[in-house]
Write a protein that binds this ligand. Sequence first.
Ligand code: F0G
Length: 482
Amino acid sequence: MTRVRFHSGDQLPLEMHKVRIVQKLILPPVERRLEAVTEAGNNTFLLQNAEVFLDMLTDSGTNAMSDRQQAAMLMADDSYAGSATYTRLVTVLKDIFGMDYFLPVHQGRAAEHILSQVLVTEGSVVPMNFHFTTTKAHIVLRGGAVEELLTPAGLEVTSTEPFKGNIDIPALRKLAAERGTAGIPFVRVELGTNLIGGQPVSLANIREVREVCDEFGLLLVADASLLADNLWFIKTREAEFADASLRDITRLIADQCDILYFSARKVGCVRGGGICIRSQELHDRMRPLVPLYEGFLTYGGMSVREMEAMAVGLEETMDLDMVSQGPQFIRYMVDELDRRGVPVITPAGGLGCHVDAMRFLDHVPQEQYPAGALASAAFIAGGIRGMERGTLSEQREPDGTERLAQMELLRLALPRRVFTLSQVRYAIDRMDWLYQNRHLVGGLRFVEEPDVLRFFYGRLAPVSDWQEQLVAAFRRDFGDSL
Ligand code: F0G
């Protein structure tokens, strides 16, 4: 659904904002792009941003801020305790989510740390639609385990299922019956399921999860980091809510939950995070950890300027024009790539366009990291920095064998309100070209492999001279153009 229709019938998303602050971009020639990616060990996390043309690594902390957010930052009350900024933020949060208590934290994973410390015990299991890397790490650190209960459609790469992030309700009920209240610290619903392609959860599903939680006396925790996109999908894909305001949908979601935490690096377009809590009892158990790990209770490790901007950013997340930009641009990119035969996750989700490297590079064995190879190739082909989300992002088994990921994805994130449509079209063009030349792309092997979170720091090399061949093909097709 595009909110503005073109007379010509063109199906184009239209920006409902104008850009008044710009950052100059540089697109180095293809030979330099190869050198840069080689210097970065074929790991897009290690590229220098000055040489990146389109930074599609993540939407975390990279969304554009509005003029109103920037203005609010000037009004911040810089006091250690009792800051008026904190009071303003809490007022907005209570108004939006309707929960009585709030704890500020420096970013999303800090919320996960506190939740896990307080609630997760040795041997317990946390059911969820799908894990996120930092969430799982904190639960496992406490001796707990994650049980993923996606409906089967969730892992189908191509699908028409509108809510691939939904929890399998019979499976949740079965697990709850087996483990009982004591073995399940909470049920977690990730609203906008990051690692399976930003796929949303329906409000009907959240309500059903609540029913199971009530039946078994379980807490329901929502990770609302990708809430903005999920709100759009509920409004446009769930008929019952087609006429509801985003504010009403948000409240209906929050009303089902005991706790709602978020990375404000994503929702709210700033850098920070928070935990909204319904009961005083839970709040009192978590509160002591905030001054211990984050900072005093009225800032939690955040800058007060970011907190002012967060209050405005969350208000703006209740605006359909703001929220629709990301998913509509992503849908445009996904549909256009799909139309050209480039394998992508469908239907389009939030966060970014997810390219299916398993099919794109079906000649590259999973042990040679097809998604990592595609990330390297996308940088060579277009100066586009994506993020590998596949086997490279997994940890080896204790015996040293590879744990092969269920999906091999190249994530091309579209931070909100950052890229223009012509930049998106450029990315489509380069990915299309790469697909035409996919037979040239080979695999990667580790030359430096850290034990922990290897995808952040690891360095890899191509298994052959495929990158030089790709550069030669680029010159053949594009002449001396960038
Ligand atoms: N939950 C979800 C669903 C996330 O996507 C993230 C971060 C976090 C929690 C952790 O929040 O980064 O503020 O500590 N996702 C980023 C990404 C890192 O690139 O997708 P954080």
